[in-house]
Design a protein around this ligand. Sequence first.
Ligand code: ZN
Length: 314
Amino acid sequence: MKRDHYSRSARNAFSGLDLNRKPLLPGNPTSWEEFLALNNSSFVAVRGDEILFDPAGTDPLLLDARMLGGCDHAFLQPMLLGDDGQTTFFALNVDRMPASLAQCLAGLGTFARLRQHVATMSGKIASLLGYACFAAGWQSQTRFCSLCGHPTVSKPSSLAQCCTNPSCAAEHFPRINPAMIVLVHHPEKDMCLLGRQSSWKPRVYSALAGYVEPGESAEDAVLREVMEETGIRVRDIRYHSSQPWPFSSSLMLGFHALAENLDIHLDDRELEDARWFPRQEIPGLLEKGDLALPSTETIARHLFDAWIQGDLGD
Ligand SMILES: [Zn+2]
């Protein structure tokens, strides 16, 4: 089935979150105490790439002000994520709290890696929690002003980190890193090019990916990365969909492209291996366990599935 770009991207995990990111909150609160007092606030506690789950570790634990009542509010520094019309959501970054406050929050549940639970969550919850991870990661990376070196503090009502030096007073807003990911295939041979890194689980192969460098378009990065990593020249680059990837503060831009040659050279050693996988051999390789695909929350898997299904873009 042919899809437009929005609906393709909305199928990627962590996408499609429908929040008002600049809500007008009742009473125009400006302090954390006023935000905490909002009767429809919900807080996502984040520690690195982990989220606070219930004590059994099965469901994400969205905290309300009552549940936070036993913890010292003075250093919470919640980050406003947005409002869905019923609830105002905030992220709490445990890595930037005093140890006593971090322990208090950790005592309310159990921290677990978000990525390992995405498959069992609704798309909306996964996107909300992913957004909270982005926000917490941004706050952790912005402890000091990049202009003058003074410490920063969170600004109520936005994700900005504000310099505490009065003569600087710079506001720093979240940054994301554009990266491309591409499923290369050979139309006449009907096979696709997948690579693997040595740190991955055995037999997992995936689409090729890399960061867009300064002075490049995303398509320039596709051409360069595929050539650097595998020695394959590509043409007919087609955009498919995008995915926010919270764990590296990235925006993944997904493409398909056609290969012009077949000889693979792993010259830059970024990949442990790269191979051509003929379409008709893939089911057998999967069945025997000789090939494992990326998990379903990744855009890499969706690019592969789209190739299998013939949804290759416009
Ligand atoms: Zn500054």
